[in-house]
Design a protein around this ligand. Structure first.
Ligand SMILES: NC(=O)c1ccc[n+]([C@@H]2O[C@H](COP(=O)([O-])OP(=O)(O)OC[C@H]3O[C@@H](n4cnc5c(N)ncnc54)[C@H](OP(=O)(O)O)[C@@H]3O)[C@@H](O)[C@H]2O)c1
Length: 249
């Protein structure tokens, strides 16, 4: 399904940050946008910025709330799964409960959304899905001990779905941002190279949705540096990342 054929888009995780900016950008581009997250007050305030935006609350860890939301959304063309959670951790903080929380929201939460959405799209033989992962999924990184593995899992999941739906009218895209200034990164006390605003991120995402390639990644230079490092033998990539992030991450 191409961008121009998409009329109605459901963005989950749109009460702040990248999802909010993306909802506003897509609404401005004439799309009908439904935004979801847990914070109803924030969602409501965003709907007041555009006639093209409506909301329904969803907790991605609660399949009942997803089912209820979907019942109210007819003629859905596209789903963009942005909901995510991050807590900075190094090896000294490693904690199985934190690991589980990251997986419950970022990975299982995405599966909880994709299950009913893909069932509907398969029935209609058309649809578009984009999942926000991260460049942190390319290679293990300091401070991303539990977060990074969730993002690697999402990239792998999207790759597999893109293969299965290849040559059909169900399009799968993965979005891998670098650092974006949002409440999620505001907690970081380390230097975040090439950080961009949510509005800049939204602009890159809309461009990528229009282009239609499998991966949407930005800022391009930052992403390609990380991608190149991730392709090196581990004997080089691990000391290189250690050196580059020492005292920063
Ligand atoms: N900022 C970055 O540098 C960066 C880089 C790469 C990837 N990303 C990814 O981009 C996505 C958006 O993050 P952001 O940076 O824009 O951070 P953000 O402003 O904190 O947005 C996170 C969104 O997820 C929602 N959310 C969290 N838990 C949820 C749950 N259980 N159910 C439903 N919604 C939930 C939040 O809303 P409620 O709290 O209201 O539910 C919020 O709308 C995340 O997947 C993140 O991992 C961010």
């Amino acid at each position: 399904m191409n961008y121009d054929d998409i009329k109605k888009i459901w963005i989950i995780g749109a009460s702040s940050g990248i999802g909010e900016a993306l909802a506003k950008a897509l609404a401005k581009d004439g799309k009908q946008v439904i935004i979801s997250a847990r914070s109803e007050d924030k969602l409501k305030a965003i709907t007041e910025t555009s006639d093209n935006i409506t909301y329904t609350t969803v907790d991605v860890t609660d399949t009942k709330s997803i089912g209820n939301a979907m019942k109210g959304i007819k003629n859905l063309d596209s789903v963009i799964q942005c909901a995510g959670w991050f807590s900075a951790e190094t090896a000294k903080d490693f904690d199985a409960d934190m690991f589980k929380k990251h997986f419950d929201i970022n990975v299982q939460g995405t599966a909880n959304i994709l299950d009913p959405v893909l069932k509907r799209f398969k029935k209609a033989s058309k649809g578009h899905v984009a999942v926000i992962s991260s460049v942190a999924g390319y290679h293990g990184l300091p401070k991303s001990l539990s977060y990074g593995p969730t993002k690697a899992a999402l990239i792998n999941l999207c790759e597999a779905l893109a293969i299965d739906f290849y040559d059909t009218d169900i399009k799968i895209q993965v979005i891998n941002p670098g650092f974006v200034k949002t409440p999620l990164t505001d907690q970081n006390d380390f230097e975040m190279p090439m950080m961009i605003t949510p509005e800049e991120a939204a602009k890159s995402i809309v461009k990528g949705l229009k282009r239609g390639s499998f991966e949407i990644t930005f800022p391009v230079i930052f992403s390609y540096i990380l991608k190149t490092v991730a392709k090196l033998p581990y004997a080089l990539s691990i000391p290189l990342i250690k050196k580059a992030t020492a005292g920063k991450m």
